[in-house]
Structures are given as structure tokens and as C-alpha cells.
Ligand binder design. Structure first.
Ligand code: UD1
Ligand code: CA
Length: 467
């Protein structure tokens, strides 16, 4: 048995992507939380490639900045293509980064984001088995649009790719298209590239076409076309319409993976889980949920419709009721949140807590068993274990200049419609009467009442009648 051949990958991503009509370069547009180029680079690494060379031009610093922050950044290289003269010219721009000792060079497009690692691997394996000089992924599609067309000879072997702009009406009728994904023998690539670059960009778009590689390979009898099982995964993104279609494909793949891991989606077509999210077994997700960033959800938790979570850590058996919005929040096991709760950054909810409807929390810790059931704002506060915060309680944490803290002791009881004017503390097991404005610290087990006394005027309704 021979050892598996070595593969290096080039990702083409220098173009602006004019048809996106955006300030942002095409390959930086995110699909479920990750820029398109990230999907492509990670698929290459998952397929077993050792090094990935990205060809960058427009907004190079932004793309490179994103790549540099990855945990796998040491496997990445960047080649600059300052002027975009075509896909062959882009590969040419990367030539000094190519290791001639590496058996194969894969070439991927930064705007084809759904060819996953497992499929790439299957393509590479088949391509290596075929012993071809150059292999490419093709697909037979209903609408070949402006993709390059695959021209096959009488024996069925691939002879050339003809770009849409250069194609005759006859060739445009061909429904087998070029996905823009190639595996090329590194020694053949070096020679073929020189030939393309020397020939001049003599075609309808005056570009150096990488697709000319195929005719060159065919002349030497060595092209292998690999038809992908699902044409949806090789759809290129050129417009926002394509972007939405590609997102659909990514969403489907992510959700199916989680379902196979034991997560229930009541309607996976209406549920969005970004690539950085982790879900445990027996999580149940209702339709219309968006889980983003580095969010984690623990075993047995329920996320109801309309919830949006970003970078939040949810424990086990948590119930997130409808329309709750969580950002950089933590919720520990067995707590219930919402409906319509807003947990802002620094919200840290302990075990068995209840945060009810129209409650907003920011930079606040609720210890185990604490409750804030209704219409409350808790900012820069600490609520002790088992404390009960009544409806309409507000921590007045901001005096117009500085933020101050509120401390609520264990098992304290805050009456409804209380204003806690920070900095202030309520002792353990202390009580606050409803409607109070608390400005002074309350000792443990005390009662604080701070409101006008009630005046009762008897027979007030009848007062005019008595004149
Ligand atoms: C290309 C293929 C076409 C194929 C399609 C698949 C060529 C000539 N055509 O067409 O056969 O069906 O992909 O999606 O290769 N790029 C650079 N530098 C350049 C030009 C392009 O880096 O000078 C990058 C782009 O940023 C993009 C990728 O290469 O990420 C593909 O380029 P694009 O212009 O979108 O090619 P298509 O017209 O889609
Ligand atoms: Ca394209």
C-alpha cells in the first residue's frame, strides 16, 4: 500500500464581487456566522490538506485579519494578486508559495462555500485513483446559467471547459457545468500555467482562464471529471440571491448534523444555528430561533420561538420561553427565562432561577433560586440566593455620569414597583415595602418603606351633592 499523496490548496479570493453591490468584498460576506472564505478554507483543512494559500487582492487586510485570528492560522499563507486578470492569473500569483515536492495542488474558489470537507475528500480520493493530471468537479444542473460548460468527447472524456461568454449557442445548451474545484498534479500545474500565461488572454473577457487547464490536460490524455452527488453544494455565490440560496444549503447541513446528534428541531427550515454553536442531546428548538456566535445549549433545554441568542452559555434543562433576546449571557441549569426577557452582556443567572416577562438584566448575577418575575430592570446588581424581586423593580444604576452597584441579600423580598437607587444594599431576609424609593442601605432582616402615606377622604365622590 502506498502512502496517501500530499495536497496543498489554493483558494481564489481576490475579486471584489461587484454583483454583490456591497462595501464588503464578496468572500467576507458571512454564511451563518462565518465568512464564505472561512467555509472554503476549513473544508480544505478538514479534507486533509496540509497548507492553504489564499489569493487575496481587494480588502486584503480585512481578509488576512480574519484568517490570522484562526486557531489554524499556522497552516495558512496569503498570496497577493493586486490586479485581477483572471483565475489563471490568480493561481500564477500564488506560484512562489507552492511547494513543488507536494504531489497535488487543489484549487478552490472562495465563492463556492458549501463543498464540505467530506465531499472534497471523496473527490480527491477519486481523482488520485484516476491518475489524471487534472481533475475537476462537475454537476449536471437544470439551469446552467453562466457557469463554464463541460465539453466531452465522443468517448465521454472531458475535453475542455468553455466559458459562457465564449460559448456558441450549441455549447450553451450543455447542462454539465464546471464547479470551479480542481485537483492538479503539481508538476503539471507549473507547466500548464506558463502555457496559459504565455498564450495571452485571448477570449471574450480578456482574462487568463484557469479553465484552459482542462484542454491542456486533455491533450496529454489526463482529465478526470467527477460529478458531485448534490449540485446544490457547488453553487457559486455572485449575488445576494445566491448568498441566500447558499445559506439555505449550509443551514440544512448544520441542522441535519445536530438532529443526528440528538437535537429536536420542530421545523429545521425555520431555525438558524451558526457554525460556532454547540448543542447537547435532547435540546428542543422551536421554529423561528436564531442561535449565533459561540452559543452553547445544555442537555434537555427548550428554546421557544422568536429567541435570539448570541455568544451565550445555557445550562441543562433551561426553559427559554418565546421571544427572549440573550447576548453574552450565562444561564445555569433548570432556570426559566422569558417570555420576552432581555439578558444583556454580563447577565449571569444561577441554578433554578426565574427571569420572567419584560425583565431586562445587565452585568448582574442572580444566585441560585432567585426570582425576578415581571417588568423589572436589574443592572450592575447582585441578587442573593432565593431572593424575590417584585414586579416593576428598577435598579437605578446610572446617575447620568457613573454606574453604581446594587446588592440584594439572600432571601430578601423586594416589593413591587420599588426603585433601588444605587449604590445601595438590601440585607439578607430584609423586606422592602411596595412602591418604595430606597436610597439608604437596609440591614439584614429589616423592613424598609419609603413612600407617601395614604390619605383617605371619606365620601369624596358625594362631596358636590352636599352643597
Ligand atoms: C469561474 C469559472 C467557471 C465556473 C465558475 C464556478 C473561470 C474562467 N471560470 O467563473 O468555469 O463555472 O467559476 O463558480 O475560472 N478570482 C481571483 N482573481 C481573479 C479572478 C477571480 O481571485 O483575477 C477569484 C474570485 O474572487 C472568485 C473566484 O476566483 O472567488 C471565481 O471568480 P469569478 O470571477 O467569480 O469566476 P466565474 O465567472 O464565477
Ligand atoms: Ca463565481
Amino acid at each position: 500500500m502506498t502512502s496517501s499523496p500530499s495536497i496543498q490548496t489554493i483558494v481564489l479570493a481576490a475579486g471584489l464581487g461587484t454583483r454583490m453591490r456591497s462595501e464588503t468584498i464578496k468572500v467576507l460576506h458571512p454564511i451563518l456566522g462565518k465568512p464564505m472564505i472561512g467555509h472554503v478554507v476549513e473544508a480544505a483543512l478538514e479534507s486533509g490538506c496540509q497548507r492553504v494559500i489564499s489569493v487575496l487582492g481587494h480588502q486584503r487586510e480585512d481578509v488576512e485579519g480574519w484568517l490570522d485570528e484562526r486557531s489554524y492560522a499556522d497552516q495558512l499563507h496569503v498570496a497577493e494578486q493586486s490586479e485581477q486578470l483572471g483565475t489563471a492569473h490568480a493561481v500564477w500569483a500564488a506560484r512562489q508559495f507552492l511547494d513543488s515536492q507536494t504531489d497535488y495542488t487543489a484549487i478552490l474558489c472562495g465563492d463556492v462555500p458549501n463543498m464540505d470537507g467530506a465531499r472534497l475528500r471523496a473527490f480527491f480520493d477519486a481523482a488520485v485513483d484516476s491518475e489524471a493530471l487534472v481533475s475537476l468537479v462537475t454537476a449536471v444542473v437544470d439551469d446552467p446559467a453562466k457557469y463554464g460548460r463541460i465539453v466531452r468527447g465522443e468517448a465521454g472524456s472531458v475535453e475542455a471547459i468553455v466559458e459562457y461568454a465564449d460559448a456558441s449557442d450549441e455549447v450553451r445548451k450543455i447542462s454539465e457545468i464546471n464547479a470551479g474545484i480542481y485537483l492538479v498534479r503539481t508538476d503539471f500545474l507549473a507547466n500548464a500555467l506558463s502555457t496559459i500565461m504565455e498564450s495571452g488572454a485571448d477570449n471574450a473577457q480578456s482574462e487568463y482562464y484557469l479553465t484552459d487547464l482542462i484542454a491542456l490536460g486533455a491533450r496529454e490524455g489526463g482529465v478526470f471529471g467527477w460529478a458531485v452527488d448534490d449540485p446544490a453544494v457547488i453553487q457559486g455565490v455572485n449575488t445576494r440571491v445566491d448568498l441566500a440560496r447558499a445559506t439555505d444549503v449550509t443551514r440544512r447541513r448544520i441542522n441535519e448534523e445536530w438532529m443526528l446528534q440528538g437535537v429536536t428541531f420542530i421545523d429545521p427550515t425555520q431555525t438558524y444555528v451558526e457554525t460556532g454553536v454547540e448543542l447537547a442531546r435532547d435540546v428542543v428548538i422551536y421554529p423561528g430561533v436564531y442561535l449565533g456566535g459561540e452559543t452553547t445549549v445544555g442537555e434537555g433545554s427548550i428554546v421557544e420561538s422568536g429567541c435570539v441568542l448570541k455568544d451565550s452559555a445555557i445550562g441543562a434543562d433551561v426553559h427559554l420561553k418565546a421571544n427572549s433576546y440573550l447576548t453574552q449571557a450565562r444561564v445555569d441549569d433548570g432556570s426559566a427565562i422569558g417570555p420576552c426577557a432581555h439578558l444583556r452582556p454580563g447577565s449571569d443567572i444561577g441554578k433554578g432561577c426565574k427571569v420572567g416577562n419584560f425583565v431586562e438584566v445587565k452585568k448582574t448575577r442572580l444566585d441560585d433560586g432567585a426570582k425576578a418575575g415581571h417588568l423589572t430592570y436589574l443592572g450592575d446588581a447582585h441578587v442573593g440566593p432565593g431572593a424575590n424581586v417584585g414586579a416593576g423593580t428598577i435598579t437605578c444604576n446610572y446617575d447620568g455620569e457613573t454606574k453604581s452597584r446594587t446588592e440584594i441579600g439572600a432571601e430578601a423580598f423586594i416589593g413591587s414597583n420599588t426603585a433601588l437607587v444605587a449604590p445601595v444594599s438590601v440585607g439578607r431576609q430584609a423586606y422592602v415595602g411596595a412602591g418604595s424609593v430606597i436610597t439608604d442601605d437596609l440591614p439584614d432582616r429589616s423592613l424598609g418603606v419609603a413612600r407617601g402615606r395614604q390619605r383617605t377622604i371619606e365620601d369624596w365622590v358625594d362631596r358636590d351633592d352636599e352643597e
